[in-house]
Design a protein around this ligand. Structure first.
Ligand SMILES: [Ca+2]
Ligand SMILES: [Ca+2]
Length: 323
């Protein structure tokens, strides 16, 4: 294991991360801290342990963006999407295994990097709280880390087959989507689905009888050194364990970041939804409007995806519900 060399893109990310800290400080820990002294009620039955399941969405006009958080989310604007069907859960290790077994596909993290050397990917490792904290020092380049071994050699997905697949680069997600007869969502489609007719707010929990109930897998406590795991999961959770939103879709917020088909600048794409590493004190991106630029060739152990298809498309390995 060695510390990841920072590319220009990663340097940009570091700057963005610094801004995130500044903004988090500016806005405080906001209403999220309400009720966190008591454990959040946990997840229940998981919906991601079967065949891909699609939810039909009518589309239409909606309000996109947010003026109250990070600059890249601005401005608030009107947007419109047509009808489409979206997977109710993130793509799981079991589903991605079927794709690899059928095609022999090799992910970007399993190939020799462009700069040479052994294949690998970036893995989050909590830093030593006794040492001074350097920005992004919690990301490490781990040789051998890939979707098959999310934490590197010695780790495996054997007991995580229903968790979302991770270490997915953009082209990996696009290749799976094409194989499945699907495509990746545009950022507009993704945000439309995440907002669910405005029923999803900016907090990763809902309040029930005065008590918070976790509606997403994020980080509770002080990132990056203390995760109290009040929502039931320290890392990824099995797909579909938290309540679906009003459209019947799970984990749009949290668990793993999800690729969209919307390009960013240069070699960057756009990911949405935040992950199990997003905390109120850092990266408050567990919100529908939040977005992050991501190097298309770098997965990391908190980036996955889900797919969409035409609303009238093939039903060959799915069933759909209509919303
Ligand atoms: Ca969690
Ligand atoms: Ca997600």
């Amino acid at each position: 294991m060695k510390k990841m060399n920072m590319s220009i893109g990663q340097t940009r990310t570091a700057v963005a991360a610094g801004l995130a800290v500044a903004f988090a400080g500016a806005f405080g820990i906001f209403a999220y801290l309400h009720g966190t002294k008591a454990p959040l009620a946990g997840y229940t039955a998981c919906a991601g342990n079967g065949a891909p399941f699609y939810v039909h969405l009518d589309g239409g006009d909606f309000v996109m963006g947010d003026d109250g958080f990070y600059p890249e989310e601005r401005p608030v604007r009107q947007a419109r999407v047509g009808p489409f069907a979206m997977r109710a859960t993130e793509v799981t290790n079991r589903q991605f295994t079927a794709f690899v077994e059928a095609t022999g596909y090799v992910t970007v993290a399993e190939r020799e990097p462009p700069q040479g050397g052994a294949p690998g990917s970036a893995v989050f490792i909590a830093p030593d709280p006794q040492k001074p904290l350097q920005p992004l020092s919690w990301w490490h380049w781990v040789e051998g880390a890939s979707w098959r071994a999310p934490e590197g050699p010695g780790s495996s997905i054997d007991v995580r087959m229903d968790h979302p697949v991770v270490h997915i680069a953009y082209e990996d997600a696009a290749a799976y989507a094409a194989w499945a007869g699907d495509r990746l969502p545009t950022e507009e489609e993704w945000e439309y689905a995440a907002r669910a007719d405005g029923t999803v707010g900016n907090a990763p929990y809902r309040v029930e009888n005065g008590n918070p109930v976790a509606s997403a897998n994020i980080w509770q406590g002080l990132f990056p050194v203390l995760n109290t795991t009040d929502d039931g999961h320290n890392g990824t959770a099995p797909a579909g364990c938290y309540d679906a939103n009003a459209f019947g879709i799970h984990d749009m917020i949290g668990n793993v970041w999800e690729w969209t088909d919307t390009p960013g600048n240069a070699a960057f794409g756009t990911i949405k939804g935040g992950s199990f590493l997003c905390a109120p004190n850092y990266c408050m991106r567990f919100r529908p409007a939040a977005r992050q630029a991501q190097e298309t060739g770098l997965g990391t152990n908190h980036i996955g995806f889900r797919t969409v298809r035409l609303a009238s498309g093939s039903q060959n390995h799915s069933e759909t519900r209509s919303h």
